[in-house]
Design a protein around this ligand. Structure first.
Ligand code: PMP
Length: 365
């Protein structure tokens, strides 16, 4: 069947239907270009305009100043696990501080250790990654190369509600892969913030890196060229062929956010509304829906919970599927259920899942 379902996938994830329709309309021939956007030179006028507009839309959504470069790169978020320490740690003579709140932070630390000294100054591993630190739970050395954290741990469903405390002398670095563009942010607080696109921002294949320009000077010429941020900044993300099609979609999603949704504050409000619907049912049946995250660390993007038995878990997934509520299985490393309600999940999707959960608990609890 070609019927669309409510897709709770953690990523690649749902895209706005109106964006998909626009892409469909333009797929064979981008207006005025005589060819599909996939068939255009990245150095041609048409594509350069698409790329400039995508960047301008992202800048305008957050209000990013010219003190920052916005880079559109390949290699996924995972390459940033390495690019960050390659540029900012390797030759710094310093150590880097990491806050460890989940699986993605753990991977980032593993890669950073290959490039230099890493201090894991906070870890929530002992409590199964169910929380983020509060002020006072850790100390950042004033001479750290940077402080790194993952704002939303996609697998465990824990999210920083605001930026962690960080000395002004230390660049703050965030992996915002799974909550980028979901809420307003004060970019001036960051040295670098990055996100792969395939959750809130577009299809897999492009990673957005917003970097304070002074940090562009930190990478050594000896680095492989692709890994040096400065090469990308100096060449407007065209040091090599950029991922043209994902950038085109990213631009459309960013425009949808401003014109259809009304900007990031409006998006945040809607995202709260959607995730609240799910957490309300979890709280209504606390013996039946076993929420993973501590209440004040719950993710607005990925609601994670378990059921009392593996039989009930299977029944939940299978009955939800019959109701067009799909891709709800948790990550293989933690099990349970993970419902991802990123930007493009409509309110009706969250309502449908919440109402299914309520019925399922009433019947089986
Ligand atoms: N960081 C976070 C928070 C993620 O959710 C993911 C992907 N699920 C990654 C990093 C890795 O992204 P990629 O697969 O694009 O390298």
């Amino acid at each position: 069947t070609t019927e669309r379902v409510f897709n709770f996938s953690a990523g690649p994830a749902a895209l706005p239907v109106s964006v998909l329709q626009e892409i469909q309309d333009e797929l064979l021939c981008y207006p005025g270009a005589g060819a599909s956007v996939m068939e255009l030179s990245h150095r041609g006028k048409v594509f350069i305009q698409i790329m400039e507009e995508a960047e301008a839309s992202i800048r305008s959504l957050f209000g990013i100043s010219d003190d920052y470069a916005v880079l559109l790169l390949q290699g996924g978020a995972a390459l940033q696990f390495s690019m960050i320490p390659c540029n900012l740690l390797r030759d710094s003579g310093k150590s880097a501080s990491y806050l460890l709140t989940g699986a993605w932070g753990k991977k980032a630390i593993g890669e950073a250790k290959k490039e230099g000294t890493v201090d894991t100054i906070y870890s929530a591993a002992d409590t199964g990654f169910d929380r983020v630190p509060k002020a006072g739970d850790y100390t950042v050395k004033d001479d750290s190369a940077y402080l790194y954290y993952c704002s939303n741990e996609t697998i465990e469903g824990v999210q920083f509600q605001s930026e962690p405390e960080c000395p002004t002398s230390v660049p703050l670095i965030s992996d915002a892969s799974s909550d980028f563009l979901s809420r307003p942010l004060d970019i001036d607080k960051y040295g670098l913030i990055y996100a792969c696109a395939q959750k809130n921002a577009g299809p897999a294949g492009v990673t957005v890196v917003v970097i304070r320009r002074d940090l562009l000077e930190m990478g050594s010429d000896k680095l492989p060229g692709y890994l040096n941020y400065k090469n990308h900044a100096d060449n407007d993300s065209m040091w090599n062929t950029p991922p043209t099609f994902p950038i085109y979609v990213l631009g459309k999603v960013a425009k949808w956010l401003s014109s259809d949704i009304g900007g990031l504050a409006a998006m945040e409000k809607l995202n709260h509304e959607k995730s609240n619907l799910l957490y309300q049912v979890i709280d209504k049946y606390p013996e039946f829906y076993l929420g993973h995250a501590q209440v004040d660390c719950r993710s607005k993007m990925n609601a994670t919970f378990n059921l009392p038995s593996s039989g009930l878990l299977e029944a939940f997934v299978s009955e939800a599927g019959k109701n067009n509520l799909q891709n709800l299985k948790g990550h293989r490393s933690v099990g349970g259920i993970r419902a991802s309600v990123y930007n493009a999940m409509p309110l009706e999707g969250a309502q449908a899942l919440a109402s299914f959960m309520d019925d399922f608990a009433a019947k089986n609890g």
